[in-house]
Design a protein around this ligand. Structure first.
Ligand code: SER
Length: 880
């Protein structure tokens, strides 16, 4: 029996042999369609090739595309488990031609693969064509389908559209007849909804494009888009009409049966089916970067997870079940989808945490539900307020409550639920407007309420399409804009400034204009792209191509991840008291403020820098997960002190350490963080700590550079060193020694000069430095040239020593100014004070006062011109 893996391989290999490029499945989150929640068919990733907007270096492609239908237009969630063919996750096999082959090849390809390679008996097959498509009718006849089995359909069933706009065209479908033991009729008959005749392949002749105003034009090229559900063809080839009987689904159902010890085929079988299906969608979504949350795609994921978890509960499971089934899924599908194995740990952990949390409230919520129902008249719907309470307090998504009620044959008052939800939003808004934040933010709240919050795609991509939901100019919404404007989109790869990380910049392009985005901020969950329309104009409602400035974002990312490593290295070096007090992660640098009261020594800074760089070189993956704040703290995550966190937090871990933290006790850094980070620590490149300074009392600030900025900084330092070496005529490495030697030499020379000056002065070279007797005291006065004020005390000491007893007065002409010093030997200080002499002398020199002790005093004047008069004043003071 061919397994689903064999069938997938056979399909891809058949078209590879027909000259098709085997293209990998695109991620489940569409990057090129802002209106689509999840990729729901094979053609999504090729959408722009059909319209000719995009070209690739192949014109034929084949894929096995991951698809999720659990939100938006195609929402199969409610039916899953209860029918033979509904799934939230399925694989669509497809072959595509972009302006290459058309009907005459597409039909024979499908026929050959189905009847030869897959060996499906021809007499079981029927085909349909769009009622006016004679060409397709003739081709089917030519390959051998009897006319009686080619059915013309005049409804939209045979005209395929991807949505209200976009490429479209008539289609032809292949049906399989499971036999008359099953009720149903051929397509177009009144019994067509039965399970007997099942569509297995849809071939779309992409030849038109539909526009918003309802008009349709012929496309320049004619293309092919086909889709065949792998599970459906698999069931058929494995002899069943139930997709859940295929080997892959059966394996998962058995894993569920094993984990819950409940018979896989008994009357509880529906629960196993739900679990098997939801395990696939949740695992693939997590592998593609979606995390459970309360908004957008993350909320759809959460709804699927919780639905599966409730069914596990119905099977009587006491402990979390879902995470135990992941290995079975990975072993079956991991080879075709490598991302599954790569994300296995994350998938298991996310499922375990979600199920653990949900279990805590599930029973109480279900009890509440029973109580509410008991108080109601038989058969009446559950009031909206009760359903809202289950949602708000117990985390029961509305569809989960509906699912639980469905078994009891009852419904929910959904209008009442919506009204309760509206009321809560209004309350939140009222609470916010009273919070004292800027008043002009009300426009953003209006937008959030009308259009919903912005979904951030930027953890996984820097390029995506979004739909412009509002344009704001001067605080008011406008329909279109050219010039300065603030743009809001339903989804965006642009990071909005928060948590110390600056907002992204980049470009936005629509059909009619182009804008430069200089910054991104957010209010009330709405991302505000601050922009300047540089070409044409842009309008609300348009689709837009968004491209984040890659280099800038990469530099910001490196700085942010380095900040986490720096934080941990500082804690290791200085102690556990180190806590973040603020940070800036910009393009050109990082700044980290932390609690610590002393300046860091050069050695401490050096060790911190060394450690950060060791973890950079370790090049270990940076991991992100979502958990409750309590769980995060339990595994040692660093959280901002005093910061309020919601129900769940994003936790970023990096680095492997022998004695680390986390569940594995080997993680180096774990922080609560909403920012964007490098994939591997090695992407930081290099980190250079510039220095540490005081930021405020008890808070130090470290600034550092990473990546190219760090390299450029080192290069500049090296350049300066080279210049210094050149000036010193030395090698770079010798510079410190040489500078030290030069400084020592300079000091020695300075001393020598001072000594020489002194000798020059006291040795009589100043001319007539003889003491004379003034009123019985030896008095030596001297006028000096070429000495400075600070040389004078030394000369005074020399003179005093020579005189033994006496008074010395020195007046130095210091080039335009005069310096004065007076000295009195110890035996005379009782009678006469050097300070008095200076004070008597300086006025003659155009100065004032002076100061010092009785044995030595100094002063200054404007000029040494009247030195003689000054000396005379000193003599007069001595009584001469
Ligand atoms: N786009 C078509 C479908 O989804 C054929 O692939 O059915």
């Amino acid at each position: 029996m061919a397994s689903l893996n064999d069938i997938r391989a056979t399909f891809l290999d058949y078209f590879r042999r027909q000259g098709h490029e085997v293209v990998p499945s695109s991620p489940l989150v569409p990057r090129n369609d802002p209106t689509l929640m999840f990729v729901n068919s094979g053609m999504v990733q090729f959408k722009n090739l059909f319209t000719g907007v995009e070209r690739r270096d192949y014109v034929r492609a084949t894929t096995a595309q991951k698809c999720v239908r659990a939100g938006g237009k195609h929402n199969d969630l409610d039916n899953v488990g209860y029918t033979a063919r509904h799934h939230t996750f399925f694989e669509m096999m497809g072959n595509f031609s972009f302006g290459d082959y058309f009907k005459t090849d597409a039909i024979p390809f499908a026929w050959e693969l189905i009847t030869k390679d897959f060996g499906i008996p021809k007499d079981r097959l029927y085909t349909t064509v769009y009622h006016t498509d004679d060409e397709a009718f003739e081709i089917w006849k030519k390959v051998g389908v009897p006319e009686s089995r080619i059915i013309r359909i005049d409804t939209d069933d045979n005209f395929w559209r991807m949505g209200p706009t976009g490429p479209c065209g008539p289609c032809t479908e292949i049906f399989y007849d499971h036999g008359d033991h099953i009720w149903g009729g051929p397509p177009g008959s009144p019994e067509e909804d039965g399970d007997r005749f099942i569509e297995i392949w849809n071939i779309v002749f992409m030849q038109n494009e539909q526009f918003e105003d309802g008009s349709m034009v012929d496309l320049e090229m004619q293309s092919i888009d086909t889709g065949m559900g792998l599970e459906r063809i698999g069931a058929l080839l494995q002899g069943s009409n139930d997709n859940y009987d295929t080997d892959t689904m059966r394996g998962l159902i058995e894993a569920s049966a094993h984990a819950t010890s409940v018979d896989p085929d008994g009357d509880q079988n529906v629960h196993h089916r739900v679990i098997a299906d939801h395990l696939r969608s949740t695992s693939f979504l997590i592998a593609d970067g979606v995390m459970p949350s309360n908004e957008g795609r993350g909320y759809v994921l959460r709804r699927i997870m919780r639905r599966a978890m409730r069914h596990a509960h119905l099977l009587g499971a006491k402990d979390p079940v879902m995470h135990k089934l992941v290995p079975a899924l990975v072993s079956n599908m991991g080879q075709a989808y490598a991302e599954l194995g790569q994300a296995q740990a994350l998938i298991e952990e996310t499922l375990l945490l979600e199920e653990t949390r949900f279990k805590q409230t599930l029973e109480r919520g279900l009890r509440l539900l029973d109580e509410e129902l008991a108080g109601l008249p038989e058969d009446s719907d559950l009031p909206g307020a009760a359903a809202f309470k289950l949602y708000d307090t117990y985390g029961f998504p509305l569809d989960l409550t509906q699912d639980a009620l469905r078994e009891k044959g009852r419904g929910v008052d959904t209008d009442g639920f919506d009204a309760a939800m509206e009321e809560q939003k209004a309350k939140a808004r009222a609470a916010w407007s009273g919070s004292g934040e800027t008043a002009d933010a009300s426009v953003w709240f209006d937008i959030a309420e009308d259009k919903g919050v912005t979904e951030f795609l930027g953890y996984d991509t820097e390029v995506a399409e979004g739909q412009i939901v509002a344009l704001v100019s001067d605080g008011a919404q406008v329909d279109s804009a050219n010039g300065a404007v603030q743009i809001v989109l339903n989804q965006t790869p642009f990071y909005a400034e928060s948590g110390g990380q600056v907002g992204d910049s980049g470009t936005l392009k629509t059909e009619t204009g182009q804008a430069t985005i200089t910054d991104t901020k957010k209010v009330a969950g709405v991302f505000i792209h601050i922009a300047e329309v540089t070409e044409g104009e842009i309008s609300a409602g348009q689709g837009a191509e968004l491209v984040v400035d890659h280099e800038r974002r990469s530099a910001i990312r490196a700085n942010h991840s380095a900040t986490h490593l720096l934080h941990e290295a500082l804690r290791g070096e200085l102690g556990e008291h180190v806590a973040q007090r603020g940070s800036l992660n910009a393009q050109d640098r990082l700044r980290f403020d932390f609690s610590h009261s002393k300046a860091l020594s050069v050695e401490e800074l050096g060790r911190v820098e060394t450690e950060v760089n060791a973890y950079i070189r370790q090049n270990s993956p940076v991991e992100t997960r979502i958990m409750t704040p309590d769980d995060a703290r339990e595994i040692g995550a660093q959280a901002l002190f005093g910061e309020k966190y919601g129900d769940e937090v994003r936790v970023v871990s990096m680095g492997r350490a022998a004695t680390g933290k986390g569940l594995d006790k080997e993680t180096y850094s774990i922080e609560l963080c909403g920012g964007t980070h490098v994939r591997q620590t090695g992407d930081i490149g290099l980190c250079v700590v510039l220095g540490d300074s005081a930021s405020s009392a008890g808070v130090r600030r470290i600034e550092a550079l990473t990546g190219e900025a760090a390299r450029a900084h080192l290069r500049a330092q090296d350049q300066r060193l080279a210049e210094a070496a050149l000036a010193l005529k030395a090698q770079g490495a010798e510079v410190p020694e040489r500078v030290k030697a030069l400084l020592e030499e300079r000091k020695a020379l300075q001393n020598e000069v001072a000594q020489l000056r002194r000798e020059l002065a006291s040795g009589g070279a100043g001319g007539g430095a003889e003491a004379k007797d003034v009123n019985g005291t030896k008095f030596l006065a001297q006028v000096l040239q070429g000495v400075s004020g600070k040389d004078l005390p030394g000369i005074i000491d020399d003179h005093k020593a020579r005189l033994g007893s006496g008074v010395v007065l020195l007046i130095a002409d210091t080039g335009g100014k005069a310096a004065v010093a007076a000295g009195v030997t110890g035996d005379l200080t009782d009678k006469i004070s050097a300070a008095d002499i200076v004070r008597a002398v300086t006025p003659q020199l155009g100065g004032k006062g002076g100061g010092g002790r009785s044995d030595m005093a100094q002063g200054g004047g404007a000029s040494a011109e009247n030195a003689e008069a000054a000396i005379a004043a000193a003599e007069a003071l001595l009584g001469g």
